[in-house]
Design a protein around this ligand. Structure first.
Ligand SMILES: *Cc1c(COP(=O)(O)O)cnc(C)c1O
Length: 379
């Protein structure tokens, strides 16, 4: 392993043990009537679709996967011949035959789209119908569950579509604000009422689902046949201000190496723009990672990284491939040392959520943003 690490200037370690641990916890959170639909869009939130999906299917018994587009769906299909795969987002109608070929379930966002998608296709296409109950993104929009069920019933009549479920997405399930809780309550009531209206019309669909990670943590409902778990599977927070169930572990760590160490005199400028000037004699280390690796330039002079189990601050601007840190208090730091940008070293930990809050984003964007050139190493 050590040998292999030195081949890499910057790499992400993906702990499949942590992933399995998180799935066990999510299974315990869900009621027996709810199965996990693992959300593996965006290359499994930057963790690497191939290894993550294979682990989830083979070792965790996951049968349902959700992705954002047909390319992602085709990749999951190539790994799991038997899995159920739902495309949450839009697929251009000209790809309908590919959906059939890969046996993919398509999210349906409107009656027009349903018609376009199934006009002229050779077989029945499987789908779940998306209802916009308050996210304002995609889906059927209705004043009442009754009229919504009416439109769904119309789509169910299309000969070339096989409607297997309805679903919706919460806009603010990751909030403890009473107003947001009430809003989410209304979203949930709308989708379950719509489902019940369909039953009254004699349409009994196998699936109705609305739980994302936040709902799985804070408002778990046995009525959701699937819990579309994304971020908690990767051990991160839907929202940093709310605790996640104990035991969930971050799956990704990000590491790089020190390439150069030097002592500089007071007044020395570090990095582009001369935004940092040493106030005293200091030791500066250069680290082999930068914004082209997805380590944001917004962390310039703000972020901290772990060196020999201690926190060091970034000095000056983060460059494309490199950044500089203050190692004045770490005399043992030397070229070749492995440093931690996300993850644990000794007793110190920096999570993707911590980094996100330094520059005003969310952990999701941090892990999805770790770029292609950073190899993923599975442990
Ligand atoms: C991305 C996504 C999810 C997963 O969200 P998390 O917050 O990561 O759990 C679930 N449903 C839909 C429709 C999504 O787009």
């Amino acid at each position: 392993m050590k040998e292999q690490r030195h081949l890499h200037r910057a790499w992400a370690e993906i702990s499949l043990e942590a992933l399995k641990n998180n799935i066990d916890i999510i299974k315990k959170l869900n009621s027996p009537s709810t199965e996990i639909m693992a959300v593996v869009k965006a290359d499994a939130y930057g963790h690497g679709c191939e290894k993550v999906v294979t682990c989830l299917e083979k070792e965790c018994g996951i049968k349902y996967f959700a992705v954002s587009n047909i390319d992602e769906a085709a990749e999951v299909r190539s790994l799991c011949p038997d899995a159920e795969i739902l495309i949450l987002g839009y697929t251009p109608p000209e790809y309908a035959e590919d959906l059939l070929r890969y046996n993919i379930i398509q999210g349906i966002v409107s009656s027009d789209y349903a018609n376009e998608l199934c006009s002229g296709i050779s077989e029945r296409l499987r789908c779940h119908i998306k209802i916009d109950t308050g996210m304002g993104r995609i889906g059927l929009r209705h004043e009442t569950p009754e009229s919504c069920a009416e439109e769904i019933a119309g789509i169910c009549c299309l000969e070339k579509l096989s409607v297997e479920g309805i679903y919706t997405h919460f806009a603010a399930a990751d909030s403890s604000d009473p107003d947001n809780i009430e809003y989410t309550d209304r979203q949930e009531t709308f989708i379950t009422d719509t489902y019940d209206c369909l039953i009254k019309k004699g349409i009994s669909l196998p699936h109705v689902h609305f739980m994302n990670s936040a709902a799985t943590c804070y408002r778990n409902s046995p009525r959701s046949t699937l819990s579309r778990a994304g971020i908690i599977m990767y051990g991160l927070h839907p929202d940093i201000s709310l605790e996640i169930p104990s035991g969930l572990k971050p799956v990704m760590s990000l590491r790089a190496v020190i390439s150069h160490v030097k002592t500089v005199e007071a007044g020395t400028c570090i990095s582009y723009g001369r935004t940092f000037k040493a106030s005293d004699k200091m030791r500066i280390a250069t680290v082999t990672i930068g914004y082209a690796d997805g380590y944001s330039r917004l962390l310039s002079s703000k972020g901290e990284i772990l060196v020999h189990g201690r926190r060091c601050r970034i000095v000056g601007r983060v460059c494309m491939d490199q950044l500089m840190i203050d190692v004045t208090d770490i005399p043992e730091a030397r070229p070749g040392d492995i440093v931690t940008l996300i993850g644990s070293d000794g007793t110190e930990t920096i999570t993707a959520d911590d980094l996100a809050s330094v520059y005003g984003t969310i952990g999701y964007e941090v892990v999805c943003g770790i770029s292609k050139r950073v190899p993923r190493i599975y442990t």
